[in-house]
Design a protein around this ligand. Sequence first.
Ligand code: LLP
Length: 429
Amino acid sequence: MYTLKEPLEGRGNQLFIDGVSAKSLAEKFDTPLYVISETGIRRNFQRLQNALKQHYEKVKIFYAAKANSNLAVLKILESEGANIDTVSPGEVLLALTSGFTPDRIIFTGTSVRNDELKFLSDSNVIVNIDSLSQLNRLLKIAVPKILSVRVNPEVGAGHHSHVITAGKHTKFGLWEKDALTAYKVAKQAGVKKFGIHMHIGSGILDVKPFVSALGRFLEIARKIHEQTGVDFEFVDVGGGIGVPYKPEDKEIDLQEYAEKVLSLFKDKTNQYGLGEPYFCVEPGRFIVADASVLLTTVNTVKITPYRKFIGVDAGFNTLVRPAMYGSYHHIIVANKADARVEEKYDVVGPICESGDLLAKDRPLPKIDEGDLLAILNAGAYGFAMSSQYNARPRAAEVLVKKGKHKLVREREQLDDLMSSQQISAEWEQ
Ligand code: LLP
């Protein structure tokens, strides 16, 4: 049987999330409903911070807002002392609104427009440039106080080809030669403080790719330092720490990650004369994934000659990861938390595509209409990637903490589907 981990707990046949019953939340707020545990987020942040700080004092964690940018989530992390990684003016605005000062915000966008560069420059956030074009266009607007360059360490990794962001065929980062040019140009333009950045991919459960990318990354940093005289205030190794989704997945060994990555970091920064820069990481998934579940109600049980379908009210409009990456999300029957597995079902949503599958051939207890399913590890790239496809309003989000609950995003209403549209009956002359 699947062992529930904090903040989840079975009390008899009922699932509780951070001390609150899933059933009571579904009754009060309806489904589909994202339930986010504050305790879970704080625990994840602190675990990572403690593991890293055991090996190096100057550590900064930049939470990758793209994983879950609910203001309540951002505020929790702000109060933990996190910094924040953003990719759009929208995320910068959300970060500022939740109390992050500009010096705690880094922007790592790609394919960035000029008006966005102007917004970033006016906001005084740290810009991490992704192309020479972006640098030249930024310098025409203003010379930033501090600048970082995303380099391609030529080693990528990730749970799916869509999320590998370094290596030969990626659109991200600057290759060594261009990175050298970027620092020279920025220095000549008057930039005084610098950082350097990489991000190799997402959903990585093995420490090896982080270590091999870091080795190459620091060699590039060395060349930049030697050839341009640039010193680095910070070295940002990006995000990517994975979480177990399948029952058989092994958690990444945080102690091993911290020990291997930071001992290489300390050795090489020392050997290459890079001083003592801040060591920065940008986890998204690791901080929020297992702190949240998606609750969805079974409305249809449909048995065909070939398949047993469970029709629920969440589809790939609510959680796209299974459809988009073939991702596995474990499912618990929240009102039969102690029941034995009896059947294999396909769990499907209300979207009119056969790819609208949350789980295939999934062993579950016998399901009845009205049952409440909890889709686990839904906190990262869950709500954040949801849509209104098939004209379905987006789900609500509720925050739970030690037996208490608070609505942190209202469910969209049918009116929201129409609020920004106009019916154009006639063309104006
Ligand atoms: N930093 C940068 C520059 C990134 O592009 C990303 C993620 C992160 C940090 C955070 O990565 P994490 O620690 O969460 O792995 N939608 C996909 C994941 C896309 C990740 C994109 N970049 C999924 O659901 O698996």
